[in-house]
Structures are given as structure tokens and as C-alpha cells.
Design a protein around this ligand. Structure first.
Ligand SMILES: *Cc1c(COP(=O)(O)O)cnc(C)c1O
Length: 339
């Protein structure tokens, strides 16, 4: 078994996150068994999957003597919000390069970014960090030691965090004496997916790692496939594991991207309403709403059977709900009644 612990890690969140069974949701769907991994409860800045990655990435930044971190994302980036909080708690200066323009009023994640006191740079169409090199140059010229955190925290270090997350889940699964046929989650920058794939192989579970693609509309889906596989392989190298993956090992379901990243439709509205009204759990409009919407469809269409046992990995994001108030129509849906 590979040693997962040789990379430095700084404590930022509350782990392990709970793993619970969703009985009412299962009943409503007439099976399968559905479990949830509550990474919306990682604790830092209202939680989310980026907290796991940041525990390893920030440790690397500190080891390299940085005083300033830079990252990029959309205006409602959960990754940027958790990075801003992590930087604040470690006494680091934080710069966020955000796509779009400053809105009249900050809401959701952006509002929290401001509360955390980070420096926000508006980048127009460049929401994936295209403007970062120029910023690095400027900060360096000012005498700072900047450290660039990749888009979504998705490099090998971020993926190791999700290998560690898999290990955490594996201990909970065994203690509960359950097995999972599928682990379903939102996949967008790749490290969650790569880390879970690697964990699944190292722990030799007969379980499908199903990423629901969130973001196909604005990039080449084939390139994203290759990115995840390459990241899983380079992460295996980093931890001296001889696991290797090919495109055939990857399950990336791109059937639910709808009109693209952050465009909320009936699929997301229904999923958010179902989870809230049967289990009292909040999903987010951009990632987990789409991922659960995909899972519900896979169940309805028989791609996942009533005899299966599914783990839905909740990756966080609910602070964005407030920013999407105009697109959410969940009060029109009476989902809690039994069909
Ligand atoms: C970033 C994010 C994801 C996707 O994780 P990746 O590792 O970037 O693929 C899923 N859900 C939420 C809420 C996120 O913020």
C-alpha cells in the first residue's frame, strides 16, 4: 500500500467529514441505497472540496517560503472563496483573478471573498487564470514571494488530497459494513476525479468512479478526459505508486452539461429541491445540483439499478445559492410527496 502521508499537510478543515445514508431519498426513488459524503461540511469558509486540496497545497506554499498566494476562477468560484479563507488563516496575502466584471453588489462566494480581505482582479473573459503571469511579475517586482495555486487546485498535490479523502471514506465504509457500486460527484477541474480514481485502484474496490462533467460548454471535452487521466498517472508517480490509467479507466459523464457552466435549468432545480425537501441538505446550483440531477437521471433510466448502492460525494458550493436566486425555482416543485 502506498504511503499517503509523506506530503506535508496543514490543518484547515474538520475531518473526517460525515458519511451518512439517505434513507428518505432512496425510498422516494424506490432504491438504490444512497449514501452521502459530506464535504460540504469541511468547515473552512462554509466548506467544500477545495479545503482538502488546500491543506496540501498551502503546506507546499509555506514550505517554499511564500508570503502571497494567487489563484483564479469564476466570480462565484468556491475554490477562490476557500483559498481566500485559507490564506487569511495562515497570514498570507491573497490575490484572486476572477472572470467577468465587478457586479454592482457582491453576493454569495464573492461577498465572502471580500470579507476575507483578499485582492480581487477582474479579468473579463479570462476566467481560468490567463492573467496570472503578469500579476506574478508585478508582485515579484514589489518584493513579494508569490505562489500560484492552479485553477481549481487541480495539480498532483490537490489530487493526493483526494486520494487521502478516499482513504478516509474507505475507513468509514468498512466501519459501516457497506460496499458502493458507484461513487458519483461533480467533476470540473480534475483533481477530485483523479484522486478518487487512484484511491479506488489502490484500495482495489469494485466500484465505478463516475464524474458528472460540469463544464463541457467552454472547453474541449476530449482534452478534459485526457487531463484527468494524465493527472491520475502523474499523481501515482508522485506517490511512487505503479498504478497507471488509460482513457478506458475513466468514467466521465458529459450528458448533463446542458447550456454550459453555471447555466441553471430544470435538472439542477429539481435536484436541489429533491435533496432539500427529502433530506434537508443543501446542494449548489453549479456543481452538486447538476451532479445529483445526473445521478437521478441515471437511476430513472436504469443506468444505475435499484439493487445498486451509490455514494454521492457532496463537494460543497451552497454559498453560491444566494448569487443564483433569480435562476432558482425550487418553490414551484413539490418533490417531497411520494410518487
Ligand atoms: C471545484 C468544485 C467541484 C469540482 O472539483 P474538481 O476537483 O475541480 O473537479 C465540484 N463541486 C464543487 C462545489 C466545487 O467547488
Amino acid at each position: 500500500m502506498s504511503d499517503l502521508t509523506h506530503l506535508p499537510r496543514v490543518a484547515l478543515g474538520f475531518f473526517p467529514t460525515p458519511l451518512n445514508e439517505l434513507n428518505r431519498l432512496s425510498q422516494k426513488l424506490n432504491g438504490p441505497k444512497i449514501f452521502i459524503k459530506r464535504d460540504d461540511n469541511t468547515g473552512l469558509a462554509l466548506g467544500g472540496n477545495k479545503t482538502r486540496k488546500l491543506e496540501y497545497i498551502m503546506a507546499d506554499a509555506l514550505a517554499k517560503g511564500t508570503d502571497t498566494v494567487i489563484t483564479a476562477g469564476a466570480a462565484q468560484s468556491n475554490h477562490c472563496r476557500q483559498t481566500a479563507a485559507a490564506a487569511a488563516s495562515l497570514g498570507l496575502e491573497c490575490h484572486l483573478v476572477l472572470g467577468g466584471q465587478a457586479p454592482k453588489q457582491a453576493q454569495g462566494n464573492l461577498l465572502l471573498d471580500q470579507i476575507y480581505g483578499c485582492h480581487i482582479h477582474w479579468a473579463g473573459v479570462n476566467r481560468k487564470g490567463e492573467d496570472i503571469p503578469a500579476l506574478v511579475e508585478r508582485l515579484t517586482a514589489d518584493g513579494k514571494k508569490p505562489y500560484v495555486i492552479p485553477y481549481g487546485g487541480s495539480n498532483e498535490i490537490g489530487a493526493v488530497a483526494f486520494l487521502a479523502a478516499y482513504k478516509e471514506m474507505e475507513a468509514q465504509r468498512r466501519a459501516m459494513d457497506v460496499t458502493f457500486s458507484h461513487i458519483v460527484f461533480a467533476s470540473s477541474s480534475g483533481a477530485t476525479h483523479a484522486g478518487l480514481m487512484l484511491g479506488n485502484k489502490i484500495y482495489a474496490n469494485d466500484c465505478q468512479i463516475v464524474g458528472i462533467n460540469i463544464d463541457k460548454g467552454e472547453r474541449d471535452a476530449v482534452a478534459f478526459d485526457e487531463h484527468i487521466v494524465a493527472l491520475a498517472n502523474s499523481t501515482a508517480n508522485l506517490i511512487n505508486s505503479d498504478c497507471q490509467f488509460t482513457r478506458d479507466d475513466l468514467i466521465l459523464n458529459s450528458a448533463y452539461v446542458g447550456d454550459g457552466y453555471g447555466v441553471i435549468g430544470a435538472l439542477e432545480n429539481e435536484a436541489i429541491a429533491v435533496m432539500a425537501q427529502t433530506e434537508g441538505i443543501l446542494l449548489d446550483p453549479v456543481y452538486t445540483g447538476r451532479a445529483l440531477g445526473g445521478l437521478l437521471d441515471m437511476i430513472r433510466t436504469g443506468q444505475i439499478k435499484s439493487t445498486d448502492s451509490v455514494l454521492f460525494w457532496h463537494t460543497g458550493g451552497a454559498p453560491a445559492l444566494f448569487a443564483y436566486a433569480n435562476d432558482l425555482h425550487t418553490n414551484d416543485l413539490e418533490v417531497a410527496r411520494k410518487d
